[in-house]
Design a binder for this molecule. Structure first.
Ligand code: SF4
Length: 380
């Protein structure tokens, strides 16, 4: 496959036509009447991007109950009474990039580990033994310590234990994503962190991650490669969340329009404490966070919404049935964490309950916990 990074049809082109601060102003200017119109349209199943922006606005808080009710109905209609469960496996915490908010950042003096085959098999046995069938693998951004061959080999090993293996690793070329898919992975998660150019530049100071444009176009490259699922998101807490949600929606519309083979899904990680001394976190309150999840659900009806263990048990329990479709459970955010290897976690998890406990909560809410909803057919 030819390298096509400069394709003018990629998201970067659209991204450059908008201004972050203007997008915030646009959302803040939404009136209550506009929120009512947006709700009316959502009932009629015909929301437009302007309606999505109305749902994001502070004035939507006055209609949060109606939005939640409709969000619940849409989720039921599209996904049934199910919550799909997965676990992350950190393959490595080695990283050549410096992101000021991350524990794995290059200059942090931490124990650096990349799992070998034996360790990876051990992690897999433990998680498969608990019942997990969907796995998300993560690395830092060290292209030499965790090269493409290492990732592909890891996926091949993981596929002996799991039916679905997604990746959340450094951005790649389409041709490399194709190799990842051929190894057995079906999902790509690549979060932009922030869509604010100035903030991106301020917090990403070293390594490949500094290149915002390369990251912005990575989901397009994944779409061309043919991933079944592509997850996008913003790390809420770095820049004004209204601007992040504006661009996240724009990004999703672009991907949905261009890559019909891929299911586009969302994650809205909120900043959590990590190693280092990053303190400039913009607080995103629970009510506001819920408004964003609901806005996504009302506008992007077919898209999955993922909720990680960054969130508190209380909030996670409340969100079951209200828009989200997937949850991680019993997560460890350090390489080898499930087998007791001592290494630094990327961030502190808030919900430390086991898979069993999460399954019980989901059932208590009247929903079905789903550990496996996909397997790739083997054609001979
Ligand atoms: S966010 Fe990713 S690229 Fe940045 S320091 Fe952490 S692991 Fe490395």
């Amino acid at each position: 496959m030819k390298k096509i990074e400069d394709n003018p049809n990629f998201f970067l082109n659209k991204f450059n036509k908008y201004n972050f601060d203007d997008s915030v102003e646009l959302i803040l200017g939404t009136t209550k009447t506009e929120v009512e119109i947006a709700l009316h349209n959502a009932f009629l199943k015909k929301t437009e991007f302007s309606n999505y922006l109305a749902f994001l606005s502070p004035n939507a808080d006055f209609y949060l109950e109606e939005m939640a009710k409709l969000s619940k109905e849409i989720t039921l209609e599209r996904f049934g009474k199910t919550i799909q469960l997965y676990a992350p496996i950190y393959l490595s915490n080695e990283c050549r990039s410096s992101c000021l908010y991350c524990g794995f950042s290059y200059e942090n003096k931490i124990n650096r580990i990349t799992l070998n085959e034996k360790q990876l098999k051990k992690e897999s046995e433990i998680l498969a033994g608990k019942g997990f069938r969907h796995i998300l693998i993560l690395t830092g951004e060290d292209y030499s310590k965790t090269p493409l061959d290492y990732i592909c080999n890891s996926i091949t090993i993981l596929r002996e234990y799991f039916s679905s293996v997604s990746i959340e690793i450094y951005p790649m070329e389409s041709i490399d994503y194709q190799k990842i898919i051929e190894s057995g992975s079906d999902g790509l998660a690549l979060y932009q962190e922030t869509y604010n150019k100035d903030i991106y530049k301020k917090y990403h100071i070293r390594g490949v991650k500094k290149n915002m444009e390369y990251r912005l176009n990575a989901p397009d490259r994944g779409g061309i490669a043919g991933f079944r699922k592509i997850g996008i998101g913003a790390l809420l807490g770095l820049a004004n969340p209204l601007g992040e949600m504006f661009f996240l929606g724009l990004h999703a519309e672009h991907l949905i329009k261009n890559y019909w083979r891929s299911l586009i899904q969302f994650s809205l990680p909120r900043m959590r404490p990590a190693e280092g001394d990053f303190t400039e976190i913009i607080k995103v309150r629970d009510r506001e966070f819920f408004r964003y999840i609901t806005a996504l659900r009302l506008h992007f009806r077919d898209s999955g919404i993922v909720l990680s263990t960054r969130e508190s048990p209380n909030l996670r329990d409340h969100l079951i049935g209200l828009g989200i479709t997937q949850m991680s459970a019993g997560s460890k955010t350090e390489p080898g964490g499930y087998q007791g290897v001592k290494a630094l976690e990327q961030f502190q998890t808030e919900d430390k309950r086991s898979l069993e406990e999460i399954i019980n909560i989901i059932k208590l809410k009247g929903y079905d916990p789903v550990l496996k909803d996909y397997d790739r057919a083997i054609l001979k």
